[in-house]
Structure formats: C-alpha cells, structure tokens
Design a protein around this ligand. Structure first.
Ligand code: HEM
Length: 484
C-alpha cells in the first residue's frame, strides 16, 4: 500500500535558482524568514530548495511543524543531520553520538535534575551574579551610559548559567582557562562547518583540542568531588549527573558527564544570550514598558523590592509575557532539520519525498503568520494578556506520549513552538525562563533603558550561525535609578 501511495504522487516544487550547487543557499542564509514567506506565497507550505548542494524540503505552518517535529523514529532522524556538527563539540557517546533511546535517558537525567529546590537556588545565584556584574563592568560605571547589548549579554549569561547549572568550579575557571576553551569550542559551530566540520582546518584543530581539554577539566571536577574533597552544597547539574544511572544500572561515565555538560553549556548559552538581548533591545524601543515592569514588581512584591526568588518570579506575568512575545518574533532557532528514513508521503498533500532527503521545519513562520496572530510583526507583550492566544502544546485532551523525560502531546496544533515539539523538544525551557526573567527583573530594578536618542528602530538579525541573534553592535542607553 505504501508503495502504491508513493507511486501516484509527485515531488514538491523546486525553488528556482541560477547555480546548481549553491542553489538558494545565499538567499536562505541571509534571511531565512524572508525566504520562507516569499516561497510560501509562490509554492504553498511545501517546497524544496537547494541548500549547500542538498535538496531540502520545507513544510511550513502548523501541519508542517507537527509532521516534522512529531515524526516517528522510523520516518525521520535528527542525529544523522546534527552529529557531524555537534559530536566534535560535545564528544563521544552523548546527544547525537548515540542511539535515540540513550539521548532520551540523558534528557531525562537533566530534566529531573532541574528540581524545584535546584531552580530555587539558581534564582538566588543568578541574581547575585547580575548584581556583581553591573557593579564591576566598565560599561556600567557612573550614572548613565550606553552598552553594546549582544556583547554584554553573552558575557553575562555565560556567568549566570555557569554559576547556577554548571557549578562553582566551572564558574570560577571562567575567568581564566575556561573562557578560551569555550571560545575555541564554539568555533565548531561556525557557518563553514555546516559543510566542513570534518576538515583539518585550524579552527577545527582548535575545536578538537578544546574539547579534549574541556572533557579533562570536567572529569577532574567529578573525580575531586567523588574523592570527598568537595562538600555537596549546591544543586548544580554535575552533582546530579554523578548520581544518575541508565536503565541497565550503569552510572554515567565521566566523559559522558563532561559531554552532557558541554552540550548544556552550548545549547543554553546561544539561545539565552540571544533572547535576553532581543528582550532588552525591544524594551529600549518602548521605555514605558520598562517602567511598567518595575511597577509590576512594586505592586506585587512590595515597594521595598525584596530579593527576586523563584516563587515571586512566578507572580510576575508581564515579565513572562515579555520573554514569551520576544520568542515569538525572535526564536533563536529558525530552522529545525531531520533526515527522511524511508519514502514519505507528506501528510495532507499530494507530495512524496525520498529516503535521504533533508526535511526542514520553521515554527517561527507560523508564529509570525497573520492567520494565527493579529498584526504579527508588532512586538507587543500585552497581546498575551487575555490568555486567548495562550497556545499551549500540552492540551489535556490530546493523545499523549511519554518520552521518559516528559509527557508531551502526540500531535500539536500550536503555531507557537519556540522550544520545538516531540522527542527532541527542549528540556531547558524552565531554566531559560528562570534565567531570562531573573536578568530582566534585575536590570529593570537597576536601570532605565531606551534606544539612543529615543529612536524606535530595531536592529537586523544575524542568521549566519546555528542560532540567530541581533546584529552587533546594538547599543542601548541606560540611566541608573535613584535608589533612595
Ligand atoms: C532542544 C529552543 C534553551 C537544552 C531544543 C529545540 C529547540 C530549543 C527549538 C528543539 C531542536 C530540534 O527539534 O531539533 C530553545 C530556546 C531556548 C533554549 C528558544 C532559550 C530561550 C535551552 C537551555 C538548555 C537547552 C537553557 C539547557 C539547559 C536543550 C536540549 C535539547 C533542546 C538538551 C534537546 C535536543 C534533542 O533532543 O535533540 N531547544 N532552547 N535549551 N534544548 Fe533548548
């Protein structure tokens, strides 16, 4: 039957291009959303384009999101696409260098490590880190000034994430050896590595060397802790992974603990620093919203502004809405890819794609469509006030599936999926929200912010890496609040 179904169908339309190997790589790479919307208009929700010599089939809107992200393991595969880029960065036997069932267990370890106690302790650590950062950073000397948002936020989020999730030893070594290793390792995600991650180029040699050193560093931390020389006084993920066991009873080997920690560092860093940068850049176009956020804190927590805690963050809906709305327009992951494992009829269409084809999903497209959101290009955190647009992919009535690390719905109709869906869905969402809201809350207490000269402009997006981010420099004016 499958064969008959396949036989009577066609391939999706191919996007016109001038050069055979290059195809649409440049137009897509410069502005993926512009590319998706233009071709959606021409060809509909399903079309194929040439990306770095490979045919890549896009399926947009909610049906496409669901078809690709909730695809079955026998139909679609993530590790075959992501491993060449990720394995040289994370190391062996973790994430995409292992069977999917093992990744599901690793995601479970992490998800279960993010306990209420852990999250509670993280808010305190992150707040302390932000306060310390604005005290000592040269961009925040005096009563007013400017700061380059993407640059400062990538520095700050690496400190906040490492202090909380990664633990004290990692945080303390960031001022020395770790920062350079991190930088070299990060070069593993440079755009050229989409094709040449295996090549013996200088940046790949530096990446490989950094990975080995990083694994040694994490392993040394684990060994020292196991020896009893360090007291267990924190809730960081290294402590948690040291106690985890796979279903067959084996504990997580040191090099896997290291690999998982590196993966968390990378996954969390770019997504979070990009998002908080957009949050501040958007707020700087609407300074009145910065004041509204402060007013929310005062009204709900009290005029004396007690320290932010995990429990009182949950009481600040506008803070959450600011993050939520920012992720609608500026989701850091614009394209999610899978490899087709057997000829696949594209659900709801007359199209079929062959084995080996790359499928591409972009939930950011449905999040910016006017069929789902009124005036979608406007950044307006208040659009989430009434709750009517509070799309939720955990609808109680739907068929559910348990991946071990969490129970999610088998299908999703939501046009809003900045954290993905299905077996590869993000497990860092809670941590990300906690970190972003804490930084936001602390900045709002400390500073008034606006665009230079009060302009309403917003910078463009740099799509050249795996994670999109604001084009730097993107400067915002700050003025210290009178804290009498
Ligand atoms: C997966 C987004 C923060 C860890 C994903 C996916 C998305 C995403 C869209 C699905 C990828 C796919 O289907 O191929 C985001 C956003 C974040 C964020 C928007 C912040 C604003 C974090 C943080 C961590 C993290 C802080 C770690 C603490 C992961 C992991 C996966 C994942 C482990 C699973 C990968 C897989 O199963 O293949 N994230 N993420 N993320 N994310 Fe996040």
């Amino acid at each position: 039957l499958q064969q008959l179904l396949v036989k009577n169908r066609n391939e999706p339309p191919l996007v016109f291009h001038w050069f055979p190997i290059l195809g649409s790589t440049i137009t897509y790479g410069m502005d993926p959303y512009g590319f998706f919307f233009a071709n959606k208009q021409k060809y509909g929700d399903v079309f194929t384009f040439i990306l770095l010599g490979k045919k890549t089939t896009v399926y947009l809107d909610t049906h496409g999101n669901n078809f690709i992200l909730n695809g079955k393991l026998k139909d679609v595969n993530a590790e075959q696409i992501y491993a060449p880029l990720c394995t040289p960065v994370f190391g062996k036997d973790v994430v995409y260098d292992c069977p999917n069932a093992k990744l599901m267990e690793q995601k479970k370890f992490v998800k279960f490590g993010l306990t209420q106690d852990a999250l509670r302790s993280y808010v305190t650590l992150i707040t302390a880190e932000v306060e310390d950062f604005v005290k000592r950073h040269k961009s925040f000397k005096g009563e007013k000034g400017t700061f380059n948002v993407p640059k400062i936020m990538s520095e700050l989020t690496i400190y906040t994430a490492s202090r909380s999730l990664q633990g004290e030893e990692v945080r303390n070594s960031f001022d020395s050896s770790f920062a350079e290793l991190y930088h070299d390792l990060d070069m593993g995600f440079s755009p050229i590595n989409f094709m040449l991650s295996w090549a013996p180029l200088p940046h790949n040699r530096a990446r490989d060397n950094a990975r080995e050193k990083m694994i040694e560093l994490y392993s040394a931390i684990v060994k020292k802790r196991r020896s009893g020389a360090v007291k267990k006084e924190s809730h960081d993920m290294i402590w948690h992974l040291m106690d985890c066991k796979y279903k067959d009873g084996t504990p997580v080997p040191d090099h896997e603990i290291a690999g998982i920690m590196i993966a968390l560092l990378m996954a969390g860093q770019h997504s979070s620093s990009s998002t908080i940068s957009w949050v501040l850049l958007r707020l700087a176009t609407k300074p009145e919203l910065v004041e509204e956020l402060l007013a929310e804190q005062k009204a709900i927590l009290g005029a004396s502004l007690p320290p932010l805690t995990h429990d009182n963050l949950a009481k600040l809906p506008l803070h959450a809405q600011v993050v939520k709305e920012t992720l609608r327009i500026h989701a850091p992951i614009h394209s999610i890819m899978r490899k087709v494992m057997q000829p696949l009829v594209i659900d709801g269409t007359n199209y079929v794609v062959p084995t080996g084809r790359t499928l591409m999903s972009s939930p950011g497209v449905s999040a910016q469509m006017d069929t789902h959101f009124l005036n979608p290009s406007a950044w307006d955190p208040h659009r989430w006030d009434a709750g009517e647009h509070n799309f939720d992919d955990s609808n109680e009535d739907e068929d559910r599936i348990d991946y071990g690390w969490g129970i999610v719905s088998k299908g999703t109709n939501s046009p809003y999926l900045p954290f993905g869906a299905g077996r590869h869905r993000c497990i860092g969402e809670q941590f990300a929200y906690l970190q972003l809201q804490t930084i936001l809350g602390a900045f709002v207490r400390e500073f008034k912010m606006r665009n230079p000269g009060g302009s309403k402009d917003i910078v463009g997006t740099d799509y050249s890496s795996l994670f999109s981010r604001p084009l730097a420099p993107a400067v915002v004016e700050w003025e210290r609040r009178d804290k009498k």
